[in-house]
Design a protein around this ligand. Structure first.
Ligand code: SAM
Length: 297
């Protein structure tokens, strides 16, 4: 268990949620439960519903939190199903919703999950291995070359999508590409020399793009944002922390759309970013951007 996991922008998220000790909150991305625990600490009769698509994350968070608090309920679901979660459990009032998007350090560090190019593992990348069937291995070995190019460019801002897609298609004719390190090496072999040993591994963007495609993350996010604002109470707050430009753009645009349709106000003119101290302590927070919406009818 990764007890050293650090929740990104925790103080800032709590400040914007402006917790009512008797309110009900939803943490749509429970992960290891860092944000959920911080919310629960401020509750009296209120509760937090912690959602995660990943059964492993849920059971670890549950094991960790149950000894500390009885204010948390754990739900295995994709946050695209937020409305169903709220309706099925008759959660009539929701004072605030938090989403801290992407992958947790626990998922990243487990080679079996296939999220990381640092350790050898099967190319998987599904958040929910029970209900999702498409894996990164399927994408790499079956998608058309042009589709790979588009995914790498759009979801990863990859500079060399064509070369990478080409070498993948050449390689898979000889032998299926099965593992994270196999793919990472292949990518490294075709990027120009000066990009091979930079601060960021040359496979970073392609891995991000594959993860987004496997989990349909951008469509899921769009659905979630609209439904979240719908299920919130009057004056309820939606706090979203994103980690790359594609996600942040969606959050920014949907918040603008909702504000101009009269559903509420954007509380963050500019996104909130981590302090230098937070980045020094937790480099993963480097690219985080937090935006907040407050609902009005
Ligand atoms: C960055 S981690 C959250 C960390 C958490 N805030 C903490 O403090 O420990 C993101 C979590 O969201 C989950 N997740 C990602 N997309 C999801 C989705 N569409 N529905 C439900 N959970 C999702 C991942 O499985 C992961 O556990």
């Amino acid at each position: 268990m990764d007890w050293n996991h650090v929740s990104v922008l925790k103080d800032e998220a709590l400040e914007y949620l402006a917790i009512n000790p008797n309110g009900r909150y939803i943490d749509a991305t429970l992960g290891l439960g860092g944000h959920t625990a911080a919310i629960a600490e401020q509750l009296e009769s209120g509760e937090v519903i912690g959602i995660d698509a990943d059964r492993d994350a849920l059971s670890q968070a549950q094991a960790r939190l149950e000894s500390q608090t009885d204010r948390v309920r754990f739900v295995h679901a994709n946050f695209a199903q937020l409305r169903e979660v709220v309706e099925e459990r008759n959660l009539e009032s929701v004072a605030g919703i938090l989403a801290d998007l992407g992958v947790s350090s626990m998922e990243l560090d487990n080679p079996e999950r296939g999220f990381s190019f640092q350790q050898e593992g099967e190319l998987d990348m599904r958040f929910d291995r029970e209900t999702q069937t498409l894996t990164a291995r399927d994408i790499v070995n079956t998608y058309r070359e042009q589709d790979l190019v588009d995914i790498f460019r759009e979801y990863g801002d990859e500079k060399f999508p064509g070369r990478i897609a080409r070498i993948i298609c050449e390689q898979r004719k000889k032998q299926e590409i099965q593992t994270t390190t196999q793919l990472a090496e292949l990518i490294r072999s075709v990027v120009p020399g000066r990009f091979k040993d930079g601060r960021i591994h040359p496979a970073t963007r392609v891995f991000q793009a594959l993860r987004i495609e496997v989990n349909d993350e951008l469509n899921v996010l769009r659905q979630f944002l609209r439904d979240a604002v719908e299920v919130l109470d009057e004056d309820g707050r939606l706090v979203v922390i994103s980690f790359h430009s594609g996600e942040d753009r969606i959050v920014k645009n949907i918040f603008r759309e909702l504000a101009s349709a009269g559903h509420g106000d954007i509380l963050t003119k500019k996104p909130i970013i981590p302090t230098e101290q937070e980045i020094a302590e937790n480099p993963r927070s480097r690219s985080a951007k937090m935006r907040v919406f407050c609902k009005h009818q």
